[in-house]
Design a protein around this ligand. Structure first.
Ligand code: AMP
Length: 214
């Protein structure tokens, strides 16, 4: 089994690239953000507590995230390969992940220059509230509230995709997740690619570091 870990700031394009890998190679995208949003939608007690955290730009607890991820990893569909999008975000999460064996692990960091660049991307993107498809401004972007071209759901801004929360998420990313990236770098496992160019160019670079045929 192969595991790909995608690191990058909020808005760096992890979800878009993970979806492209899933579509082309069948690797399963596991977005812990999607797991959280599914729980929120179900309006369980946990979901309601998570909603409050997401909307403030705070992280869910390691315990809650690990429980949701463990359940997801029990499904058969990830047997060949899976992509972690948005996990691990803290050192305890990374340490827990290290106990989950795989044959091969590829760790990629999508680097995007300035904070303003990612905030701009976050503010211009729409996400389908049903299937999670992401639309960026300028790239076949529907207007908010229109139909998702993938599933027929509604594409709109995520509730945490506003400027105040986006900047808070970036502060949390620097404080909690940057040390995790640094840990993989020190272990010599981190492969860095430039996440600033177009979606297609980043995907080319990603396929090259993963070592798959284009
Ligand atoms: P994302 O879709 O990856 O931007 O995640 C949306 C929100 O879900 C984050 O701002 C956190 O509140 C929560 N979340 C997602 N993944 C994690 C994680 N690995 N650890 C803690 N909270 C998470």
């Amino acid at each position: 089994m192969k595991r790909i870990i995608l690191f990058g700031a909020p808005g760096a394009g992890k979800g878009t690239q993970a979806k492209a890998l899933e579509k082309k190679y069948g690797y399963k995208q596991i977005s812990t953000g999607d797991l959280v949003r599914t729980e929120v939608k179900a309006q369980t007690d946990l979901g309601n507590a998570l909603k409050a955290k997401i909307e403030k730009g705070e992280l869910a607890s390691d315990e809650d995230i690990l429980r949701m991820l463990k359940k997801r990893l029990e499904k058969e569909d990830i047997r060949d390969a899976y992509i972690l999008d948005g996990f691990p975000r803290t050192l305890p999460q990374a340490n827990a992940l290290a106990t989950v064996d795989v044959d091969e692990e590829i760790v990629v960091y999508l680097k995007v220059g300035s904070e303003d660049t990612v905030v701009k991307r976050i503010l211009s993107r729409l996400t389908c509230h049903d299937c999670g498809a992401v639309y960026s401004a300028g790239e076949n972007s529907p207007t908010p509230g229109t139909t998702c071209t993938q599933c027929g759901g509604i594409a709109a801004a995520r509730s945490d995709d506003n400027e105040t929360v986006a900047r808070k998420r970036l502060r949390v990313y620097r404080a909690e997740t940057k040390p995790v990236i640094q840990q993989y770098r020190q272990m010599g496992q981190l492969r860095e690619i430039n996440g600033a160019p177009s979606v297609d160019d980043v995907f080319d670079a990603l396929q090259a570091v993963i070592g798959v045929e284009k």
